[in-house]
Design a protein around this ligand. Structure first.
Ligand code: GLN
Length: 437
């Protein structure tokens, strides 16, 4: 019975040490489960529990982006993806923890505290969708939504041993997603199996005129089955233990696919270009948090500029403030050409390199992350943290679809494989994943 399943999940969440959820929608979820048991069973996801990352708007349910700035913000409307989930009968059980506004790789930048990895609770679950990944890996939900600006679905999927897919840019509407870097990000599915991933993508993808970058295409899950031409990207990075797993995966793959190495020279410059673009967009998107329109506010409006600075100084965490400052600098009149414009040129080179590679290959592969999950507090230096995104960020610059799937464990910690497809070729990516599972 759905009621028993949902009560069991909620019970587990209440007792959990993972800190995967910021808000649990207990009464709402139990009511929907009861309706399901009483015969309300229409929809592709009828009766299935799902957790939603807390930067996706849910009507009447607080949506914090794991920031003090939005601690008490309750959206008056649903995101497009949430409308779709409700229409298909899914049971929303809560909102998941994340790095503040999606800025991070470990969920250590959450105002609500770090998320722990179910494989080893002294380690991080990855980020920024760490709560969604930990909730799946820790059996605290069945499905989850994450968002991926530079790896935030794939990194936590890799660190916790679950499946996560970043769709082609424009396939899933961003209406109702609270923006971090809008030219890079997509909402995407996270799950415990490839079929669940495909089905959830089918539900959330599709036309929506409220997002001007929406491609207006629907997606039907129908995984491709064929002899795949696979390119192994030379520039992608891994430490010794991840490399060992990845190399032995590639060797096995040679038995049933055409495998070749491929070089994408521009990837050397992709990580810095990503961070310049992401921070520039963030500095502009986060200008709206002025302590007046919504979210965090203070008494004592003595002068407008003092009020504005004080609200932002107290409402944002350290990493968010760092990025607003760096982004404003990169966009300022004197430095725009030197940083932002250069980064856009690199972005074009990255797009071109991938375009050439897909003339020859059906899918490209790499390790998702250069390492397994870090210990909590292990990475203190921001630049070292940014470097962990070296394999995931180029995909967002190009707007391509990519998933992460587990391919084994090293010292008890999951190792993830990244599978990248050409534009709107999600069914090739999912089909390849099924073939190698
Ligand atoms: N770690 C990357 C960043 O901090 C990616 C984050 C994301 O995809 N939201 O920008």
């Amino acid at each position: 019975k759905a009621y028993d399943l949902v009560s069991e999940l909620i019970d587990r969440i209440r007792k959990s040490k993972l800190n995967a959820y910021i808000t649990v929608t207990e009464d709402y979820a139990l009511k929907l489960a009861e309706n399901f048991d009483n015969g309300k069973k229409e929809g592709k996801l009828a009766g299935i529990p799902i957790a939603i990352k807390d930067n996706i708007s849910t009507e009447g349910v607080r949506t914090t982006c794991a920031s003090r700035m939005l601690e008490n913000y309750t959206p008056p409307f649903d995101a497009h993806v949430v409308e779709r989930l409700k229409k298909e009968g899914a049971i929303i059980i809560g909102k998941t923890n994340m790095d503040e506004f999606g800025m991070g790789t470990t969920t250590e930048n959450s105002y609500f505290g770090v998320v722990r990895n179910p494989h080893d609770t002294k380690r991080v679950a990855g980020g920024s969708s760490g709560g969604s990944a930990a909730a799946i890996a820790g059996n605290e939900t069945v499905l989850a939504l994450g968002t991926d600006t530079g790896g935030s679905i794939r990194c936590p999927a890799s660190f916790t041993g679950v499946y996560g897919l970043k769709p082609t840019y424009g396939l899933v509407s961003r209406y109702g997603l609270i923006a971090y870097a809008n030219s890079l990000e997509q909402i995407g599915p996270m799950a415990g199996s490839i079929d669940d991933l495909g089905l959830l993508l089918e539900v959330i993808a599709g036309r929506d005129d409220r997002d001007s970058t929406n491609a207006g295409r629907e997606f039907t899950y129908s995984p491709v089955s064929k002899k795949f031409r696979v390119g192994v990207i030379e520039e992608m990075q891994a430490n010794a233990e991840v490399k060992e797993h990845f190399d032995s995966f590639v060797e096995t793959l040679r038995k049933f696919a055409d495998v070749e190495f491929v070089s994408l020279p521009s990837l050397k410059y992709a990580l810095p270009a990503y961070y310049i673009i992401a921070m520039s967009e963030a500095s502009s998107n986060l200008a709206r948090y002025d302590g007046v329109r919504y979210g965090f506010s203070l008494e004592n409006l003595d002068s407008w500029s003092r009020y504005f600075s004080k609200v932002r100084a107290e409402g944002f965490g350290t990493e968010v403030k760092r990025r607003i400052m760096m982004g404003s600098y990169a966009l300022s009149a004197g430095y725009y050409g030197k940083y932002y414009l250069k980064a856009l040129k690199v972005r074009t080179l990255v797009i071109e390199d991938f375009r050439r590679a897909f003339e020859k290959f059906d899918v490209l592969i790499s390790p998702t992350m250069p390492s397994t999950a870090f210990r909590i507090g292990e990475i203190a230096d921001p630049v070292t943290m940014y470097m962990a995104d070296v394999n995931t960020t180029p995909i967002n610059l190009a707007g391509l679809p990519a998933l992460s799937m587990p391919i084994g464990e090293s010292s008890g910690l999951p190792v993830g494989l990244q599978v990248i497809g050409n534009y709107f070729e999600e069914n090739s990516v999912l089909g390849f994943a099924k073939a190698v599972e």
